[in-house]
Design a binder for this molecule. Sequence first.
Ligand code: HAM
Length: 424
Amino acid sequence: MSIKALKGFKDILPDEVGLWQFIEQTARDIFHRYGFEEIKVPILEKTELFVRTIGESTDIVEKEMYTFADRNGSSVTMRPEGTAPVIRSYIENGLYVRGSVQRLYTIGPMFRHERPQKGRLRQFHQMSVETLGSNSARIDTEVMAMAWQVLQEIGLQASMEINSLGCPACRPSFKEALLEFLQLRLESLCEDCRRRSSSNPLRVLDCKSEHCQAEYATAPAIIDHLCTACSDHFAEVRQTLDLLDVPYAVNAKMVRGLDYYTRTTFELITTELGAQGAIGAGGRYDGLVQQLGGPEVPGIGFAMGMERLVMLLGQKQKVAAGAAPDLFLVTLGEAASEKGFVLLQMLRSKGLRVMMDHEGRSLKNQMKQADKCNAGFALILGDNELAKREVVLKDMYSGEQKLVDLPSAFADWAAAIREKIRQQ
Ligand code: HAM
């Protein structure tokens, strides 16, 4: 019996890779324009890192993490998201001494044991961005404007919803109001919500059950309980978003599924992917660095789900994988085949994408291969041509064929062929 991939784990096949590369390159280019630098962090971390940051009573920590004991019996977890590992690295490597504001991004696989469905996988990929060291509302706006620009430049439509989750100063009065609200309907809530209403009441608002969500339609909103500092910050965020013409709508019900958020939160939403409409999300986490033992450094960031972007874009356009060769070397006869094999390497060293057949196929068959792989040119080299130091260069798009004279030194052939192709 053949071995299949795990449920929720997906191969990214060569035909799709062009889209992945296009999205990633576009995003990297934009991140660099905004002054972000790449950081690469491990996939496996101590379990404690995620429990302490994402929060014990979140769905991710309670139900979705790939956690196991390693060979020494230590509890390790395959990262379910990128923020906690980046903050861990920021503290461990003292990155704050590089400058007061650090702008970091990381791109890679994340793991959550969720029920797989369209747009929801167990191994998925995020482009994850973090800004550390600024309290300014302008940073919130820059980060959101950058996320918005990524969508614009890859050609996707979405809407942006924003909210403020306040800070430790305004949470207690909100929690009190929420608890009062929950006490009155405890009986009709799901088991998770009943449990969480005492341990972490804010978490109930993120429940996936439709019944609970209907109950919460009239729940108090944190935005009505913001302290003056948080309220001013949120007003400035909205004002600066307006200044940059970044469209958004305030969604007072948004709470996000991770515990570390404070103040500004946002989600990029599409209606084109059914239930899995969030293509990106993020927010501020002003207490997180300190909570993990680092200095008092505020932060804000977001992550975009690559699979969701690829699915959306794939519905709209095809992007060539970019693997078509510039040249297909067609050889006739043994001497030409051997010379051609060496020429193949020389042409590649000169920067050309070149392929040839190694199966001794007929001329007709080799031309078919050149056509099938979308080569720009076919270079036909026969034993006779070799003796006369000439080759036939065929433009595979126009069909035009030319006889090309080659220099007397074989070492100069590759440069001469490259020049000829450039001239065409
Ligand atoms: P998140 O909302 O958990 O936030 O995930 C961000 C994005 O990752 C989602 O909007 C979605 O596009 C994608 N995503 C999440 N789970 C899956 C899945 N199972 N399958 C496919 N795509 C998925 C975070 O992870 C935060 N770390 C974002 C952040 C960075 N906040 C501040 N900095």
